[in-house]
Structures are given as structure tokens and as C-alpha cells.
Design a protein around this ligand. Structure first.
Ligand SMILES: [Zn+2]
Length: 250
């Protein structure tokens, strides 16, 4: 019975010293970033689709965000990029990183973003990691054949996808530029211009109170961290998009 409450020592220490931990890990992150960015297009990263990414994540008592940045294999863009899309594949980067899941365990995630926003994105997910914000899964949109509906139904967190706005097919989504990220769509649904909810099974999450795990909100780590790097949240729009963050506010 005594084991059921988990390891309170580690959790308590992390919660008890957030400022110090944050400052220290930011220093460490900068060093890490210099390394991973320098190694940027080395091409040594296993392609999405293998389960290999978890292999390079260290397992320690005090885990921190670990991230690797590389060129995006063409196979990871097969259904999400086509000629004429606004950002060419060579401007995109694959970020492989660890994140906390709803099960309280570490998981391997992958995100495709435009090269110039990599540092900002990593600073945001470092904050999310430090505050143990749970993320259901983080897979590139190509794993869902580029279908936003399928990705949302799977509660997938993702970024780049050259596609129309869901529910408004005449407009190109900001995700086409690789500087927009959707987080936990099931807990953070989107209401389109026609008033339809995406994903459809998430009506209960249109009620933003009380807060439940994985929900994005103004006092949470994601909205604050994204704001610090100048990104905006779609949760305050007249047609709210609670899952959506973007560098341009669109
Ligand atoms: Zn979005």
C-alpha cells in the first residue's frame, strides 16, 4: 500500500525549487542546443516510423528535456508537403524530444517545425517538461497521412502540415509554414467558422472549468512560455482554438 503514492521525494523537490531548477536547466539547455543545432543536418537520426528515438533519452532520477534537431527525412513529409507549399523541406527541422505523458511517465516525441523557430519551440517544451505538463502523444502529421481529423481524434500534438484550415478549406492553415503547434487536441478542441467542434468527441472540453489534465489555460505553463517567445494562443479567439499556438497569431 505504501508504494502506491509513488516517489514523493523527487516530485516534492522538483515542485519545491522551481526557480532554481528553471534557471539551471535553461543554462544547460543552451549548451545542449548549441550541440544539437551544430549537428543539425548530420542525417544520423533514425526516421520517424521506427521506435528508435527513445534510445537516446537518458533515464535518470532527475530527468530534463532532451532534444535532438535534424533535417527532416523525406519519408516524414510524404503526405504533408507538396510542391507549391510555402516552406520548402530544407527549411524544416525534425525535433525529437522527451515529454511527460498522462501516465506520469516519459515518452519520446517528434515535432516538425521551421528552422528559425526551433530555439523558441524548445524553450517552450522545456518549460512544459519542467512543470510536468502531460502530452498524450507527439508524432509528425505524416503518421496520420496528413489528416488533421485523424491526428486530432488520436489526441496528437503536432506542428508542420501543409494543409487547408480544418472546417474552412479555402484557406491555408498556418501549420503550412511550420510555425504553429496544436497541443492535446482532445483536451483542447477547436471550434470552426461553422460552429463545429474538432475533434467531435471533445464537446465536454468546450467547458474550460474545471481544469483537467492536459488542458491549456492562461495561467498554465504553455500559454506563458509561448507568450515569452512572442507566440499567440488561439484559445481567446471568437472561434476558440484551444489547442493552437502560432508565431504569427493566425
Ligand atoms: Zn492549429
Amino acid at each position: 500500500m505504501g508504494f502506491a503514492s509513488g516517489p514523493p521525494t523527487t516530485a516534492g523537490r522538483l515542485r519545491g525549487a522551481p526557480t532554481y531548477t528553471t534557471a539551471l536547466s535553461r543554462l544547460l539547455l543552451v549548451s545542449t542546443l548549441l550541440l544539437v543545432l551544430a549537428a543539425g543536418s548530420a542525417g544520423s537520426v533514425p526516421p520517424p516510423g521506427s521506435d528508435a528515438p527513445s534510445a537516446f533519452f537518458a533515464r535518470t532520477d532527475s530527468p530534463g528535456l532532451e532534444a535532438k534537431v535534424s533535417a527532416v527525412p523525406a519519408t516524414a513529409l510524404a503526405t504533408t508537403y507538396r510542391p507549391g507549399c510555402p516552406v520548402p523541406p530544407e527549411r524544416l527541422r525534425l525535433i525529437q524530444m522527451n515529454h511527460w505523458g498522462f501516465d506520469g511517465k516519459l515518452h519520446a516525441g517528434e515535432l516538425v517545425v521551421r528552422d528559425e523557430v526551433v530555439r523558441d519551440v524548445l524553450s517552450v517544451f522545456e518549460r512544459a517538461f519542467e512543470e510536468r505538463f502531460p502530452i498524450r502523444r507527439m508524432q509528425v502529421a505524416d503518421r496520420y497521412q496528413g489528416s488533421d481529423a485523424r491526428a486530432m481524434a488520436a489526441d496528437n500534438t503536432s506542428a508542420f502540415n501543409c494543409r487547408p484550415v480544418t472546417g474552412d478549406p479555402g484557406r491555408l492553415s498556418r501549420h503550412s509554414w511550420g510555425d504553429a503547434i496544436d497541443v492535446n487536441p482532445s483536451e483542447n478542441p477547436y471550434v470552426d467558422v461553422g460552429g463545429r467542434v474538432h475533434p467531435a468527441a471533445s464537446d465536454a472540453y468546450l467547458d474550460r472549468d474545471p481544469l483537467r489534465p492536459g488542458m491549456v489555460h492562461t495561467d498554465g505553463p504553455l500559454v506563458k512560455a509561448f507568450a515569452e517567445v512572442g507566440w499567440e494562443w488561439g484559445g481567446t479567439w471568437s472561434n476558440p482554438d484551444y489547442q493552437h499556438f502560432s508565431a504569427t497569431g493566425r
